[in-house]
Design a protein around this ligand. Sequence first.
Ligand code: C2E
Ligand code: MG
Ligand code: MG
Ligand code: MG
Length: 281
Amino acid sequence: ISQHNPTLTWTQYTKTLEQQTRRNVDITMKLRHAIAADQLALYYQPQVDLASGRIVSTEALLRWHHPQAGFIPPDQFIPLAEQSQLIGPIGDWVIRQACRDLRAWHDAGIPVTPVSINLSLIQFQLGSVPNSVHKALSDYDIAPELLTLEITESVFEQHCQALQHDLEALGTMGVRLSLDDFGTGYSSLGHLKDYFFDEIKIDKSFISQLDDNPYPQAIVKAVIVIAEAIGADVVAEGLELTSQIAIVRQLGCSKGQGYHYSRPIPEPRWRQLLMEQTSLG
Ligand code: C2E
Ligand code: MG
Ligand code: MG
Ligand code: MG
């Protein structure tokens, strides 16, 4: 389209856009049936104590498998779910499924660890979050401290009347609140002043640069110091290498998750890990 890419003509560019739009419309139509057709699943990624490798909690990550289109990653379908407001029912499904799984593990006599789920701003705009969480906890008889709600910093970029009130209500309910992808959003520090978070997750973009660059180390250190000062836990995301684990530990971070320990895995395999109380090295 520009002089930087003279090989792509305007016609080709428009065609690519058209194809993209058509694909998005198609995905959104398929997404409408995903819950009823039982195509959604939660995968679980362990969060470990970095000193011992012991599993201390887990993040539930949404997976969608369509029988024809195959596996569609959340980075593709979550934005479409948000645009179409399907994130309302899908988000409610995630909240309930996490609680259903917690109940099933507990009933199977498995020592349960807390579960983190991801929420989108649109869910708060739709006005359903505190009620949905309260109802799911009570329907499945789950202690609120077993549930952590992750919201990305980007939720603060748009004005949302309900957000402040909802986060306070959720805090009062006793669920834990976690600030996801910290450092990537706009005006990160301001949000820590206005809202209470039990946990801060350091974005994986900082972790992936730890090896070859002193600045990410300084930033990660600063985040850990701030978190300590406000009494929040810190979780390092995207730990892939032992060298990265050594650095974040040395900087004072005690908890993390990443491919080094495990990818997100289907519920039966996660249940197996929980049962075995596996230490991940
Ligand atoms: P997130 O909440 O920041 O989740 C972490 C993402 O990093 C996950 O991608 C996870 O699979 C991936 N990851 C974990 N360890 C590593 C690692 O060591 N290296 C690398 N490169 N990646 C790692 P995933 O599952 O594709 O999810 C992408 C994003 O989609 C999530 O980012 C979250 O923002 C969103 N998402 C996922 N599930 C849900 C959901 O149920 N509801 C909402 N609203 N958003 C969701
Ligand atoms: Mg997350
Ligand atoms: Mg994250
Ligand atoms: Mg993310």
